[in-house]
Design a binder for this molecule. Structure first.
Ligand SMILES: [Fe+2]
Length: 426
């Protein structure tokens, strides 16, 4: 792979560094897996891992070499194979996708021509960087579903234990008042995070912490999956059809799968691998509901003292080990409150990292939305059968884990590292 010194004049060092760091992390994620584990379809919900690798190369070639620098595609014959829209995940196993050696060579060849071309558009470079980073979270979902091992032991600075006594049922009150929602215009954000806009929200209450395994285990034990009054009709039908009895990865004897390890449930950790349907049922069972996106973001960022939104719950500064469990360092969630500084001005803990959190509504553009740079990024999903997730997970790269970032998926999906935080009207 070209080194940083191969960068042409005009390429920004920091972004070249970030592209190189991202690539080395991507390759390290799967270096320990054999060819069969890479090429196999582990779940019809997911692509083969090696498809993700080829797709990362194809996306980079399309945006930085072809559209950014005007070069012809390096491998036009592969365009269809790696077009996520042409072929849904369930059918990707049938495609003539590149196997390990060819996919790695494709990645390296594309990177080399991209560095030579020196595409200047900072938006496109950041788009490609984040695309690769986001695919590594998808790959970790596949690896967890398939019970594949993590590439190495968790690496994190020593964390304090969680805050004792928290279950996720404790609420903080957010008084009625203004807030701003969405990303500021002075930095990279996806089109669906723009434009930042002002809202006035009525008072509401929201969980001080994400719902823990302990609280969710009590819901299961109390017949949560056998009480239709707590489920929407659609959710109940899904649960019955697929015989869902507990969060994905949980065993009947009180353990949970984390990558290739099946460990006793830790009641102090946030619950993961629940669908929106299950999250909604849990909230209903507790006389609560899921927060709206605006409520979630206000609870994460709004500082009443300065009447402004913070970049992160803790203030400025990116998500990193000192603040949050992000960046594929722990290969699982940590006890709620383990990062003491991961607290918003409103007093909400752990809004960034550990688990994505399902929110109440569907996925739509903000008032004044403009698609950029292409309609297929988010606009084609607006108004569909999706729910929005916020906050990132342990598997979200730090650069991506911001409180304005909007992830979305179908309400029945459970492969995401997703849990919930409850809310109530005040
Ligand atoms: Fe993609």
């Amino acid at each position: 792979m070209p080194s940083e010194t191969a960068a042409p004049p005009g390429a920004t060092g920091t972004l070249i560094d970030a592209l190189a760091e991202t690539r080395s992390r991507t390759l390290a994620l799967v270096a320990h897996l054999d060819d069969d584990a890479l090429a196999r379809v582990h779940s019809t919900l997911m692509s083969p891992l090696v498809w993700d690798l080829g797709h990362i190369a194809a996306f980079e070639d399309l945006w930085l070499a072809h559209r950014g620098a005007g070069l012809p595609l390096l491998r036009p014959d592969l365009a269809e194979v790696y077009d996520a829209f042409e072929t849904p995940r369930a059918r990707r196993g049938d495609l003539p996708y590149l196997r390990r050696a060819e996919a790695l060579a494709y990645l390296a060849d594309v990177r080399e021509r991209v560095l030579e071309a020196g595409t200047q558009d900072p938006f496109l470079r950041e788009l490609v960087l984040r695309h690769e980073q986001q695919h590594t979270e998808t790959m970790l979902q596949t690896m967890e579903l398939a019970h594949l091992s993590a590439p190495h032991e968790p690496v994190l600075p020593p964390s304090p234990a969680g805050l004792p006594g928290l279950t996720g049922l404790e609420l903080v009150e957010i008084p009625a008042g203004p807030c701003t929602i969405g990303a500021s215009a002075d930095r990279f954000a996806y089109d669906n995070e723009h434009p930042r806009h002002a809202l006035h929200l009525p008072a509401f209450r929201i969980g001080r912490a994400p719902v823990t395994n302990g609280a969710f285990a009590e819901f299961v034990a109390a017949g949560g999956y056998r009480r239709p009054e707590w489920w929407s009709r659609e959710a109940w039908a899904w649960k019955e059809q697929y015989d869902i009895e507990r969060p994905a990865g949980w065993t009947a004897d009180g353990r949970e799968w984390r990558m290739d390890r099946c460990e006793p449930l830790d009641p102090s950790k946030p619950v993961v691998h629940v669908s929106w349907f299950e999250a909604d049922a849990f909230a209903r069972a507790h006389g609560a509901r899921l927060p709206t996106e605006a409520e979630w973001e206000k609870a994460a960022t709004w500082d009443r003292a300065t009447r402004a939104a913070l970049d992160q719950p803790w203030g400025d500064g990116p998500a990193d080990d000192t603040h949050a469990n992000v960046d594929q360092r722990a290969f699982g969630t940590l006890p709620v409150g383990a990062h003491r500084t991961n607290v918003s001005p409103a007093g909400c803990l752990g809004m960034i990292g550990d688990t994505w959190e399902w929110t109440a509504g569907g996925f739509d553009g903000y008032p004044g939305f403009r698609a950029h740079p292409y309609r297929e990024y988010s606009e084609v999903f607006f108004g569909g059968d999706y729910r929005v997730l916020r906050g990132g997970s342990w598997a979200t790269r730090a650069r991506v884990a911001t409180p304005t970032f909007r992830n979305w998926d179908h309400p029945q999906r459970r492969q995401i590292f997703a849990g919930l935080r409850i809310a109530k009207d005040a």
